[in-house]
Design a protein around this ligand. Structure first.
Ligand SMILES: Nc1ncnc2c1ncn2[C@@H]1O[C@H](COP(=O)(O)OP(=O)(O)OP(=O)(O)O)[C@@H](O)[C@H]1O
Ligand SMILES: [Mg+2]
Length: 153
């Protein structure tokens, strides 16, 4: 499903959390006016680390804490007054139905930047235009970062 309608695919490797954040920081420049980033990868793969780099790249100065127990945190975007940054962590989500209304409302504003950890849990509910980030722990501090853009076509 994820790999079906690929537009672009990129695979990068990093050797530190800082380098992962730098890649995310740069990717964030394409999301200044909104977009959806779906993150997948095992526990500790670096999803939150990557998300922190995106937030920095969007000019968020607040420390970004993983919303594991509350599902979602939101942040103002200094250079995008039409949207906000939403950081979701679905690790503890048990019933997909519980958040459908919530995410539906977020998706309806194209200026929102929406980052979703464990997005594969709601894969079938996600819009078709989005960017998947798949992080894989290759041992030690090494990680692969696959960036997949899907679209309608
Ligand atoms: N190259 C790297 N990229 C990202 N994180 C790295 C890297 N090397 C080491 N780390 C460390 O791995 C850990 C990644 O944790 P992080 O919370 O980002 O993972 P996560 O995928 O969000 O996990 P969870 O599923 O628990 O939310 C951090 O402690 C980070 O410092
Ligand atoms: Mg996390």
């Amino acid at each position: 499903m994820i790999f079906r309608s690929l537009d672009r695919k990129l695979c990068l490797h990093t050797s530190s959390a800082k380098k992962t954040q730098k890649i995310a920081f740069e990717l964030a420049q394409s999301f200044k006016n909104g977009g959806i980033i779906a993150l997948k990868g095992d526990l500790g793969a670096g999803k939150t680390t990557f998300t922190q780099g995106i937030a920095r790249g969007l000019g968020v100065t607040q420390k970004l804490i993983s919303p594991t127990f509350i599902l979602m945190r939101e942040y103002n975007l200094p250079s995008n007054s039409l949207g906000r940054l939403y950081h979701l962590d679905l690790y503890r989500l048990e019933k997909v139905a519980e958040i459908l209304n919530l995410v539906g409302d977020l998706f309806s504003n194209p200026n929102n930047v929406i980052l979703i950890e464990w997005a594969d849990k709601i894969e079938n509910e996600l819009p078709r235009n989005l960017t998947w980030i798949k992080l894989t722990n290759l041992g030690g501090n090494k990680r692969s970062i696959e960036i997949l853009e899907t679209n309608d076509s």
